[in-house]
Design a protein around this ligand. Sequence first.
Ligand code: C2E
Ligand code: MG
Ligand code: MG
Ligand code: MG
Length: 288
Amino acid sequence: RAKADLVHSICFYEQSMDETVRARRTLTADLKEAIEKDQLDIHYQVQTSVATGEIRGFEALLRWKHPERGHISPMEFIPLAEESGLILPLGEWVLRTACSRAANWQPAYKVSINISPVQFVHADLPRLIDEILKETGLQPARLELELTESTIFADKERSFAMLRQIKELGVSIALDDFGTGYSSLETLRSFPFDKIKLDRSFMGEAETSPQAKAIIRAVLALGKSLEIPVLAEGIETQGQLSLLSAEGCDEAQGYLLGRPVPLFNIIESGQVKLATIALPDAIACPNG
Ligand code: C2E
Ligand code: MG
Ligand code: MG
Ligand code: MG
């Protein structure tokens, strides 16, 4: 009886594994098609100065509307893209598209683009970025790449050499999701990041938990002493924003300040003014 149960559950386990594998394969094939058929989209989320409320720039966030399943989160499809290698053409598309859009914004605003660890290992990023900057005419100082600690963790020597090459182009580097990685302090000490993005998990409890508040304060103090500006992610309430303001945080990003929206919306709302009307693609392609 017990043995039969065990056999039964193993079969069941294998069967559901099969289904998971099959579902992932289907979704990966769909993603490949989505790339070929141009079904992907980039949304932009505003990043603002805490002290003045001024817009500093926008983070580019990939969006996929599946023809049958509707919106699929990047948390679900980015890992599939990474496993299948699709992240390479996809990441290149995001870089090229977001840079060419940003080149047409008023010059005060930056664009921040997430870079996957796989791109970091397999794409010749310094060359690719140099090429895209030249092609789009975007000033290097207006491009910021967001990397997580796990990206750097695998091979620190190589990572830092590559980051240095990218910084030599004039592009800045932000450390994303700070506080969730393994070796935060050591990573910060050994590389001149241009920005620390404090993970949004700390903001959720900022107003209720003294511990969360203490961590936020400590990271802000660390940023100050290393002279690296800190951006707090996931700001959803006025209370959180006031706290950050009182603690001297540099920048903030979150639903309170603006959700990620299509480019068309930030232009229409007047948040972004186009530098020139000679380049029509940002208007002609409202979902870019
Ligand atoms: P991330 O880079 O840390 O991006 C911030 C995420 O937090 C975004 O989720 C954003 O929509 C969400 N967010 C912003 N403000 C708030 C808030 O106030 N509350 C809450 N609850 N969430 C907020 P999203 O767009 O689902 O992206 C998830 C992750 O997927 C990103 O995390 C990034 O790691 C990855 N991703 C997105 N686009 C790209 C891309 O083009 N390339 C790569 N490699 N990864 C990407
Ligand atoms: Mg990011
Ligand atoms: Mg983040
Ligand atoms: Mg993240």
